[in-house]
Design a protein around this ligand. Structure first.
Ligand code: GN1
Ligand code: MG
Length: 353
């Protein structure tokens, strides 16, 4: 690990390297040094992010653009991530030909949380909205780091393929059949975004696409500092950022809590987040995008249920799991959240106005 970190322009001597955070895709480590900064060392999961060159291009362009927008801010180094160049190539990643690594400066005095209260949700809404607004006029072209990442039609198709292939022999489980029967009737309704896109009435914008609560950093006073985990930042519908935040923040329990009967969709979180988000996006959000925000709040639990479920059926090839039916537990949880959100759509519509 130390050797890998030393391919980057790190200041000082490395004292210790230890695991950091709990992402489901990349491996993340904290590099402690005796110099002015500590660092985050990440092994990029290149079986999921196949085009690391494009991935880092997106991140380099976006962080540079945000940096330009925040010029003069005394706390700028905590508000936008800094990736170190590789000493040999000058690129913001290093590869031995098989695996890919990158290093960013660890943000000091920042906190991440797994849950938020309404007050923090309001700030989160404003920040994710402002993040999209800042990137709305980026001069560079960003690509899709996972093609069709939040395309519900594709995710539905992948579920059908998983069911068809039954690679892990799990279709025989009665519970799997029951979940499938529960999900299928909503498929067409949930694919509405792609239809609107084809009709030319719904734009794609640069979105974060992984707006989980734990991808935001807050300062000691509870103010949002910056948004992290930029791998999935790509052109998408605004529904991605709105829906995926609420999927984690409005759930009464964690996304993998087995007590799915305790799952509910918290409306105070929705209301606070929506208020912040509408303020942060006021400069660009269209009426069609706005009126479909309640749909987005349902779409993301649905899409995540479909993704966890397909992975379970495929034999757990995508998400890291901690026990054998972890993906099934996650699926049940997200299905429950989907139903809870659907039941609250009339209330959501009233709030959005
Ligand atoms: C993954 O990497 P992480 O844990 O922040 C996933 C998201 C899912 C999430 C579910 C690239 O995010 O799309 O919503 O797990 N990221 C990718 O917890 O698939
Ligand atoms: Mg993360």
């Amino acid at each position: 690990m130390k050797e890998i970190a030393q391919h980057f322009a790190i200041k000082g001597n490395i004292l210790e390297i230890k695991p950091l955070g709990n992402g489901l895709i990349n491996d993340t480590l904290l590099v402690k040094t005796d110099g002015p900064d500590d660092y985050v060392l990440q092994k990029i999961n290149n079986s999921i992010f196949k085009d690391v060159e494009l991935l880092q291009h997106n991140i380099d362009c976006a962080t540079a653009h945000i940096r330009r927008k925040l010029a003069g801010d005394p706390d700028i180094d905590r508000k936008v991530l800094t990736f170190l160049p590789c000493k040999e190539t000058g690129k913001t990643y290093w590869t031995d030909g098989t695996s890919y690594w990158r290093v960013s400066v660890f943000i000091k005095g920042a906190y991440t949380y797994e849950t938020v209260d309404p007050k923090y949700s309001y700030f989160a809404g404003k920040s994710f909205g402002a993040f999209e607004a800042m990137l709305a006029d980026i001069p560079d072209t960003l690509g899709e780091t996972i093609p069709d990442f939040h395309n519900m039609e594709l995710r539905a198709r992948q579920l059908h393929e998983a069911v068809e292939a039954d690679a892990a022999g799990r279709m025989a489980e009665p519970e799997v059949q029951a979940i499938l029967a529960d999900l299928l009737p909503y498929e067409e309704e949930m694919c509405k975004a792609e239809r609107m896109y084809r009709e030319g009435i719904l734009p794609k914008r640069i979105c974060h696409c992984d707006t989980k609560v734990n991808n935001m950093m807050f300062d000691e006073n509870g103010n949002v500092l910056c948004i992290i985990d930029l791998d999935t930042m790509m052109p998408s519908f605004v529904f991605s950022d709105f829906g995926d935040f609420l999927r984690t923040a409005a759930n009464t329990v964690a996304e993998d809590d087995p007590a799915w009967e305790k799952v509910d969709f918290k409306m105070d979180i929705f209301e606070a987040f929506a208020k912040g988000y509408l303020e942060g996006t006021a400069s660009f959000l269209t009426p069609i995008e706005k009126e479909n925000l309640p749909y987005a709040a349902c779409l993301f639990p649905y899409m995540q249920a479909v993704r966890f479920f397909a992975d379970y059926i495929n034999g757990d090839t995508y998400y890291k799991i901690k026990y054998p039916d972890h993906n099934l537990v996650r699926t049940r949880n997200q299905v429950a959240l989907f139903h809870a959100a659907m039941a609250k759509v009339p209330q959501m519509k009233e709030i959005i106005g």
